[in-house]
Design a binder for this molecule. Structure first.
Ligand code: BGP
Length: 478
C-alpha cells in the first residue's frame, strides 16, 4: 500500500491562456498572453502592443479547450482524475477588466465546463488569475502598479464566487505570485509594462514598481480569501507559487548566506505574506537596500492577516545552485535563474531534473507553514515523436513523473500533509516561457505545431496509460 492518503487528489493542471484558445470568441477581450508572440529556447518570445500581421500569437488558438472541453474532460475521466486544475480567463468575464457588468457568454462557458467535470465526479481546482490579466489594464493603469486593480479583481472574484459557489470548492488566487519578483513576471503576472514592447526577457527591472504591484496583489488575494471565508465557508482558498529548490554551490559560508537570501527572496517572501499574514522580518532590510518603499493604506496589514490562505500550493520543476560568485556557470529555467549542479541532468531546455529536491522542498515548506500542501505543477517539457501508427513513446516523461511521485511519497512518509498532485499540462499546451508547442508536457498529444498547423486531434501517449494505473492504485503501481 502506498503512503498516499485515501481521497488523495490525483489529476492534472492547465491554464486558460495556454490551453483554451478562442481568444476573441463570445465577447472575450485580449489578455497579456494574447499579446505574446511565439519564441524558441534560444529566441525569446516578445510582447507587442498591437497585433503584427503575419506573426503567430500562440495563445490565441492554443490547443483549443474551448471547443474540445467535452472530449478532454472525458479523457481526464478515463485516466481517473479526481481533480482538474484549470483557470478562468479573466478577460472572458470582464473583457477589459474595467466593466461593471460581466460577460454572460463567458460565465456560461465555465458553467458548462464545471457541469461536465461534476458529471464525472471530478473536482475543479480553479486558478483565478493565471497569466491572463486584461491587456487593457496594462495600457490603462500599468497593471498591478495601480491600486485600482484591487477593485477590478474583487469585482471579478465576487462574480465568479457567487456564480460558481455550488460547483467549485478549491480556489487559488494568483498563479506563481512570486513570479512578480522576476522580469518575465512583470509581463505575465503584474502587467507593469505600460507602453513596453519587445522580448519578455528584457523588461526593464523596476523593483519599486514591481514590489508595490505585488503589495496590491497581496491585498487583493487576502480580500478574495476573506470574502470567500465570510460568504462561502465551504470554499478552500490556496496560494500558488513557484518553488525552486536552491542549494549552495559549495559549503563556503559566503555561498550559504547567498543561498539563504535567494531562498527568502524567491521562495519564501510571497508565501510568508499569504500563509502567515504579514510581511516577513527580512523584507525590511531587502527593501531598504534596494530603495523600495511600499505605500500601504491604513487597514492593509489587517487585511493581510485576515486573508490568510487555507493551504499552500506550488509548482516544482527543478532545482538550482547558488553562489556568491556571479561568474559561475548558469543553468536554464524560465523564471528561475541559478547555477548548474554537477550531480544533476537537465531537460532539453536546460531545466535541471531533481526528484529528491521535491522531497526536500515539501519538508522545508511544511516545516515552515504547517498547512496542507499540494503540488499543482510538475513535469517534463520534452520533444515528442508521433509514430506513424499514432502512438507516442514517452518513456522519458514516465521516468520523470515516476521519480517525482516516489519522492513525494517519501515526503508523505516523513510526515508532510500532502493533499494532491496535478502534473502540468497533462494535455499538450503552449509553453509559458517560450510560446512553443514543441515543448510538450502532456500525457495526451495535441496535433498542433509551431508553424500554426495541426488539426488539434488528441492522441494518448504511453504516459496516459501509465498514469491511469498510478491513479487506480493510489500511487502503488509506479
Ligand atoms: C509555470 C507556469 C505554467 C507552465 C509551466 C511550464 O511557470 O505556471 O503556466 O507553463 O511553468 O513552463 P513552460 O511552459 O515555460 O515550460
Amino acid at each position: 500500500m502506498s503512503a498516499f492518503k485515501e481521497g488523495f487528489l490525483w489529476g492534472g493542471a492547465t491554464a486558460a491562456n495556454q490551453y483554451e484558445g478562442a481568444w476573441d470568441v463570445d465577447g472575450k477581450g485580449a489578455s497579456v498572453s494574447d499579446h505574446c508572440t511565439n519564441g524558441t529556447h534560444t529566441t525569446p518570445k516578445r510582447i507587442t502592443r498591437s497585433f503584427e500581421e503575419g506573426t503567430l500569437y500562440p495563445s490565441r488558438e492554443a490547443t483549443d479547450f474551448y471547443h474540445h472541453y467535452k472530449e478532454d474532460i472525458a479523457l481526464a475521466h478515463e485516466m481517473g482524475f479526481k481533480v482538474f486544475r484549470m483557470s478562468i480567463n479573466w478577460t472572458r468575464i470582464f473583457p477589459t477588466g474595467m466593466e461593471d457588468v460581466p460577460n454572460e457568454a463567458g460565465l456560461a462557458f465555465y458553467d458548462k465546463v464545471f457541469d461536465e467535470l461534476i458529471k464525472y465526479g471530478i473536482e475543479p481546482l480553479v486558478t483565478i488569475s493565471h497569466y491572463e490579466m486584461p491587456y487593457a489594464l496594462v495600457e490603462a493603469c500599468n497593471g498591478w502598479a495601480s491600486r485600482d486593480c484591487i477593485t477590478y479583481f474583487m469585482n471579478y472574484c465576487k462574480v465568479i464566487f457567487d456564480r460558481y459557489q455550488n460547483k467549485v470548492k478549491y480556489w487559488l488566487t494568483f498563479n506563481e505570485i512570486n513570479s512578480g519578483t522576476t522580469a518575465m513576471g512583470a509581463i505575465l503576472s503584474l502587467g507593469t509594462i505600460q507602453g513596453y514592447e519587445g522580448s519578455v526577457m528584457e523588461v526593464p527591472d523596476d523593483l519599486q514598481t514591481n514590489y508595490q504591484a505585488l503589495h496590491h496583489q497581496f491585498v487583493a488575494s487576502a480580500l478574495a480569501v476573506k470574502y470567500a471565508h465570510d460568504n462561502y465557508p465551504q470554499f478552500k482558498m490556496g496560494n500558488m507559487c513557484i518553488f525552486g529548490a536552491m542549494y549552495p554551490l559549495t559549503c563556503h559560508p559566503d555561498d550559504i548566506i547567498e543561498c539563504q537570501k535567494e531562498m527568502q527572496k524567491m521562495n519564501w517572501f510571497t508565501a510568508d505574506v499569504q500563509v502567515r499574514g504579514a510581511y516577513p522580518y527580512y523584507a525590511k532590510r531587502f527593501f531598504e537596500e534596494n530603495n523600495i518603499v511600499i505605500k500601504k493604506e491604513p487597514g492593509d496589514d489587517e487585511i493581510l492577516f485576515e486573508g490568510k490562505v487555507d493551504y499552500y500550493t506550488f509548482s516544482y520543476y527543478m532545482s538550482n545552485c547558488v553562489s556568491a560568485d556571479e561568474e559561475k556557470n548558469k543553468a536554464g529555467g524560465n523564471l528561475l535563474g541559478g547555477l548548474k549542479n554537477p550531480y544533476l541532468e537537465a531537460s532539453d531546455w536546460g531545466w535541471q531534473i531533481d526528484p529528491q529536491g521535491l522531497r526536500y522542498s515539501l519538508n522545508e515548506i511544511y516545516a515552515r507553514y504547517q498547512v496542507p500542501l499540494m503540488v499543482v505543477e510538475n513535469g517534463l517539457g520534452a520533444f515528442d515523436k508521433l509514430e506513424e501508427d499514432g502512438s507516442i513513446h514517452d518513456e522519458y516523461r514516465i521516468d520523470y513523473l515516476r521519480r517525482h511521485i516516489k519522492e513525494m511519497e517519501e515526503a508523505v512518509k516523513d510526515g508532510v500533509d500532502l493533499m494532491g498532485y496535478t502534473p502540468w499540462g497533462w494535455i499538450d499546451v503552449v509553453s509559458a516561457s517560450t510560446g512553443e508547442m514543441a515543448k510538450r508536457y502532456g500525457m495526451v498529444y495535441v496535433d498542433k505545431y509551431d508553424d500554426g498547423t495541426g488539426d488539434l486531434g488528441r492522441k494518448k501517449k504511453d504516459s496516459f496509460f501509465w498514469y491511469k494505473k498510478v491513479i487506480e492504485s493510489n500511487g502503488d503501481t509506479l
